[in-house]
Write a protein that binds this ligand. Sequence first.
Ligand SMILES: [Zn+2]
Length: 335
Amino acid sequence: MKRVIRLVLSSLCAAAVMLGAAGCSGDPKVSTAEPATLPVIGPDSSLPTGTAAPSPSADPTVPDTTKATEAPVPSTEETSAPTISTAAEPTEPSTAQPTGPQPSVPDVPADVTNFRTEGTNGYVIVIDPGHQAKGNNAQEPVGPGASETKAKVSSGTASRFGGRAEYQVNLEVALKLREELIKRGYTVIMTRTGHNVDISNIERAEIANGVNADAFLRIHCNGNDNASVQGISIYYQTPGNPYNGALHDEAKALNKCLLDHMVARTGGRNAGLVESDAYSGINWCKVPAGLIEMGFMTNQEEDAKLQDSAYQMLLALGMADGVDEFLSTRAPKNR
Ligand SMILES: [Zn+2]
């Protein structure tokens, strides 16, 4: 059975990002940069020595002129049933608010890029919370050596129902995932720990490349003009990708594990694995990567879940389970 579906959504967040159309499926409702309000994710923890990379300088002169531009993508073509048939019930209750003694997970300082916390099991996972408070419409090549360029990074989509913006939800889930992976022994690197940073999609990929990451998880939420569309999907390159098609099989293996476990944990709709070469943040990767669309902020029911801390924890646990499974048959690349 062909498991990978060719799913193209008319207002795909990721497509909009990579195609240079800011704002995913429309104007983000949140337009001002808020102070970072990072969740406390470890009791009584001290700050580790971060390896903060110099943040690239923003170009404040670049006008934001693309808010009304929709990515020119074809209409939706969904051809596959969900690949998971036993995904009705979350398998574990929320553990978002532990009450007993917990392993100490070092907290993160705000607004640091390339922030590393050492683990013990030899594997290195890079987590990229998609977007940032303020997009950067300056251009960068869509792939190594490409003449085609796309926007460095957009500010992402946003809740249509009064909730927080995508870049905020992405970081909330990413921090939960970081905590869980550290507890499981992984070395974890965050491309960003706050919202007030400026890192392009290439720079995010190069953080993962620079450490030869065992897996690179790019955390996003989706949007669509059709408010009924919902589900979890993961994007990665085709086998014929001119930049890194050789990574297709590994990426597919990783993302199947991630998607299966995320659906199992959350009971969310399986919207499938999607192969595409439209994403600069994937095209620049030299390690197995997935662009994880956790759900649609344009669907009221799913947006409510995405805004909920307990549901976010289930998403994070699913991703951690997927990482566990993917790496269970692979030796650490850095050991
Ligand atoms: Zn996004």
